[in-house]
Design a protein around this ligand. Structure first.
Ligand code: GDP
Length: 458
């Protein structure tokens, strides 16, 4: 993890895929949100400063030792004053999938209070989930927890941290990494060229699109035998290339919608995102964009994925609306944080543009892998700096000594500079736009990693 400049940065060693979901659970006031902010706040999101895209701060990406994962603050999911009751009920309810979907649970207690009855009730529910679980004793700056008492919960020795001051969080992250599952299913190991995830709110038409594409004898593309029934992913062949459609079993199971469907669909989308190159974000054209769509797209961008927007149910719009450019202009505006993202208007009902969805996703996936020759990148950045030099900050001026593209799946530029503290995010955005004027990268954002280098090393 790179630190320092107030700008979005990635460690270029971090995997931009294959990450997992880690849930922070515990009764109110144990420090879940403080821990969440400490872990997620280390990383600056590309889209956080986009106007109108204030995050709910429930889900956040973080990376540790080169592994990227999503942290969920369950406190954000239950905003009732009787939070523990709601949490317990939610954990009980079949439809509440947040904990089902977590790969690792961090169960937080407050050392100052010892183990309370509420802690024990939550622990009992958590035990039933039989998931990798880490007991986290927070506020450890106050005193050391009574370890024997902690053992009674049945989760072994706690990791003692101070979410407020940061002690122990490195040990906690180490433990999280140790507990993360290896995703090594047969499906994952099938060699494919690209992976797409079809995501979106319930009822926008994801399963209708999937069925029209691969479902029956009139299928538009041929699924590879044996991958369609009960499999998590569906592998298809298009133009001689194998493409993985991620987590399609989940889409087929869409019947079980409930009041928690909204939250569930976000988590499922996040999980699917982690295993794809491009997110196909389906929107109900008739209902328009909701903030959740933008949030999910924001996560996709931050995770270095490509995005294709699919306003579905195009058939429901009257002719006038369809022909009026206002609809698509508004959509472009709503998703302006993903420059050049393709928009494919579709109708699963009428079969409109369904193959085009896959073709667009393929184009985005391919352009995401563009390699920018180092000399071109450096020329480009030199010209950009010459025509608009960085401003002087605290009497010093940023110098960019060298740029190169990282060996990452998503476009990532490593900048070697005199002092990373002098890099302002708005300058990176300017550089990104200049790079984009030559290398388009439709539907994908360029990430930057900033490193310090002395002028004589350049
Ligand atoms: P999912 O939850 O996103 O998988 O959504 P479904 O595929 O189950 O679709 C939800 C509802 O919308 C169903 O009643 C579909 O028949 C309907 N639907 C899906 N696509 C279209 C479309 O293009 N046009 C219209 N008019 N209805 C659609």
């Amino acid at each position: 993890m790179q630190r320092g400049a107030g700008a979005w940065m990635w460690s270029d060693e971090a995997e931009h895929h294959g990450s997992a979901i880690v849930a922070l659970v515990g009764r109110p006031n144990v420090g879940k949100s403080t821990l969440f902010n400490r872990l997620v706040g280390r990383r600056h999101s590309i889209v956080d400063d986009q106007p109108g895209l204030t995050r709910d701060r429930i889900y956040g990406l973080t990376d540790w030792q080169g592994t990227l994962f999503t942290i969920v603050d369950t406190a954000g999911l239950v905003t009732d004053e009787h939070e523990t009751d709601v949490l317990l009920r939610a954990m009980q309810s079949q439809s509440h999938r947040v904990l089902d979907d977590a790969d690792v649970i961090c169960f937080m207690i407050d050392v100052r209070d010892g183990i309370t009855r509420e802690d024990e009730e939550i622990a009992e529910r958590l035990r039933k989930l039989a998931k990798p679980l880490i007991l986290v004793a927070n506020k450890g700056e106050a005193r050391f927890p009574d370890v024997t008492e902690c053992y009674r919960l049945g989760f072994g020795e706690p990791i003692v941290i101070s979410a407020l001051h940061g002690q122990g969080t490195g040990d906690l992250l180490d433990a999280v990494i140790e507990h993360l599952p290896e995703r090594s299913s047969a499906e994952e190991s099938t060699a494919v060229e690209y992976a797409f995830a079809i995501i979106g709110r319930p009822n926008v038409g994801k399963s209708s699109i999937l069925n029209a594409l691969v479902g029956d004898e009139r299928a538009l593309v041929s699924p590879i035998a044996g991958t369609t029934r009960d499999a998590i992913d569906t592998i298809i062949e298009m133009g001689g290339e194998r493409i993985r459609l991620v987590d399609t079993a989940g889409i087929r199971k869409h019947g079980a919608v409930s009041s928690n469907a909204e939250q569930y669909s976000v988590l499922r989308a996040l999980r699917a995102l982690q295993h794809c190159d491009v997110a196909i974000l389906v929107i109900d054209a008739n209902e328009g964009v909701v903030s959740q769509d933008r949030h999910v797209a924001g996560y996709a961008v931050d995770a270095g994925k490509g995005v294709v927007l699919v306003p579905n149910k195009w058939d429901l719009l009257d002719r006038e609306t369809r022909e009026d450019p206002a609809f698509l202009n508004q959509l472009r505006h709503d998703f302006s944080f993903i420059p050049g993202t393709p928009i494919v208007t579709a109708s699963a009902l009428e079969g409109r543009n369904l193959l085009k969805i896959l073709e667009s996703a393929r184009n985005v996936a391919e352009s995401r892998r563009t390699h920018m020759p180092t000399h071109m990148l450096n020329d480009l950045i030199r010209d950009a700096v010459a025509s608009h030099p960085p401003t002087i900050s605290r009497g010093r001026r940023l110098k960019i000594l060298y740029a190169t593209q990282a060996e990452a799946n998503a476009p990532t530029v490593v900048l070697f500079v005199n002092d990373p503290e002098l890099v302002h995010f708005s300058y990176l955005r300017y550089l990104e736009n200049r790079i984009r004027s030559v290398f388009a990268f439709p539907g994908v954002r360029i990430h930057f990693t900033v490193r310090k280098r002395h002028a004589d090393e350049a």
